[in-house]
Design a protein around this ligand. Structure first.
Ligand code: PNS
Length: 163
């Protein structure tokens, strides 16, 4: 049997129900899925790497999927993928704007390592409005629209000192 290791990379600042939907669906396509948190130096992040890992780990444990694990990486994603022996990168797409950005990202990653393929999964109908940035904006006004779990919502309210 071909062993397929997929990486689902992201900033996960913080993890949302949209991310979890992609994780569950990816777990049906690969033998193992590493949900990998990039340190993402170029972004202004709300949560530290340690906090993002802790929130994501707890959410993934809640899914009870033995073939899914959490990790963090620094540097290039393709280098991390080579280190762990992954052949597939997975990214979720909500909009055409996502597609334009992700197409470029996948081409760059493919140029860096032609053995890696990126698979795009369309956001499911009930998660297509969810993004970490939308959640952060909503929480500043005391709302979450159910985009994140209660635990993540609490972490957001605490971090943003809302409520
Ligand atoms: O959730 P995000 O913020 O869209 O995730 C972006 C992430 C972390 C997956 C991406 O920025 C990344 O992998 N950064 C590491 C550096 C890298 O490999 N960049 C791509 C080629 S330039």
């Amino acid at each position: 049997m071909i062993q397929r290791l997929a990486i689902y990379p992201g900033s996960f600042d913080p993890v949302t129900k949209g991310h979890l939907d992609i994780v569950v669906r990816t777990s049906k396509l690969a033998n193992h899925v590493i949900v990998a948190i990039g340190k993402a130096h170029d972004k202004r992040l709300l949560f530290s790497l340690e906090e993002r890992v802790a929130l994501l780990t707890s959410e993934i444990e809640g899914l009870k999927l033995p073939s899914v694990s959490v990790a963090a990486y620094d540097g290039l994603l393709v280098d991390y993928a080579r280190t762990v022996g992954a052949s597939i990168l997975v990214r979720g797409l909500r909009t055409i704007a996502d597609f334009e950005r992700e197409k470029t990202m996948s081409a760059l990653n493919h140029a860096l390592d032609p053995t890696l393929e990126t698979i795009f999964l369309p956001a499911s109908e009930d998660t297509r409005l969810i993004s970490s940035s939308a959640v952060k904006e909503l929480v500043r006004y005391g709302k979450t629209l159910g985009f994140v779990s209660d635990a993540v919502a609490q972490a957001l309210f605490k971090k943003l000192e809302v409520g």
